[in-house]
Design a protein around this ligand. Structure first.
Ligand SMILES: Nc1nc2c(ncn2[C@@H]2O[C@H](COP(=O)(O)OP(=O)(O)OP(=O)(O)O)[C@@H](O)[C@H]2O)c(=O)[nH]1
Ligand SMILES: [Mg+2]
Length: 261
């Protein structure tokens, strides 16, 4: 065999090997994305949602000091869905970053009933999540950001027939958009924004992640440049006797998982 043929044969083998490697690693990264990560402030209801998804009912909880992880088998799905519940404690909440490359969805849980009182804390926490998603390299698929307006059962309405879930979603979305726009303006004015979660971490003062398309770039989730944001209204407990079963109240999240994973 001439040396030219040998070089051509080696090149051919190298190209085939690279093609096989890329094919296998793409399949792997697609197969891995069966994960939903529950994140958000302390006491918002992440562990209650986790146990409702995994065990079918909410269990009594205390403040989580470590992440919970379990699998959910759904009819018609080949692979089980992994659910991870990351504690909201300021020193532990950044653990969600470990799952960024494999998560299909990050579910940011907000207590819709107290969101207006805790706006600054909730928005600062969400800002760290938006910043982390925007920092994902373009070669990696972006997780969908689900924002769960949770504890819908506690929303007070004048009419019994009102859709508390829709009210909770509108309330949470409006509050967060307003506060994130405020943070964006403070940053662009060179004033910096508060890092409420961990007062020792100065990096957070320069967080990005709020870029939006459209005139003026006003912060709106539908125009956010970091990918898809979906709002869902959920609850795991019922304070009204005429309401659906506990499992039914996380139905919007379950439906999203069934349709998208
Ligand atoms: N009314 C009502 N209460 C809820 C709901 N979901 C959770 N809770 C209550 O809210 C409290 C906090 O819930 P957790 O699930 O422990 O909150 P968490 O987000 O895991 O909090 P950390 O572990 O500290 O991050 C508990 O007392 C729950 O019973 C809900 O849908 N409705
Ligand atoms: Mg918890």
């Amino acid at each position: 065999m001439s040396s030219q043929t040998l070089i051509l044969a080696s090149l051919f083998v190298a190209i085939i090997s690279i093609a096989i490697f890329i094919f296998v690693s793409r399949r792997k990264s697609r197969a891995k994305r069966n994960l939903v990560v529950l994140i958000g402030p302390s006491n918002s209801g992440k562990t209650a949602i986790f146990s409702s998804l995994v065990y079918g009912h909410a269990v009594p909880t205390i403040t989580s000091m470590q992440a919970n992880s379990s699998f959910l088998d759904l009819p018609g799905k080949r692979d089980p869905i992994q659910i991870v519940d990351v504690p909201g404690h300021p020193r532990l909440r950044d653990q969600f970053k470990d799952f960024l490359s494999s998560a299909k969805a990050l579910a940011f849980v907000v207590d819709a009933n107290t969101a207006s009182r805790n706006t600054a804390v909730v928005a600062e926490h969400l800002h760290t999540v938006l910043d982390a998603i925007m920092a994902i390299p373009p070669s990696q698929p972006l997780p969908t950001l689900l924002i769960l307006a949770h504890k819908c059962d506690l929303i007070k309405t004048s009419s019994l027939s009102a859709d508390t879930s829709a009210l909770a979603v509108t309330r949470v979305q409006t509050i967060l958009e307003r506060e994130l726009e405020r943070r964006k303006l403070s940053q662009s004015g060179g004033m910096g924004v508060e890092a409420l979660g961990d007062e020792n971490n100065n990096e957070k003062l320069n967080m990005g992640g709020l870029d939006c398309r459209g005139p003026g770039g006003t912060f709106k989730f539908e125009n956010w440049e970091g990918g898809e944001v979906v709002f869902l209204g959920t609850s795991v407990q019922s304070s009204r006797s005429d309401e659906k079963s506990v499992k039914g109240s996380i139905a919007p999240l379950m439906d999203w998982i069934e349709e998208n994973m």
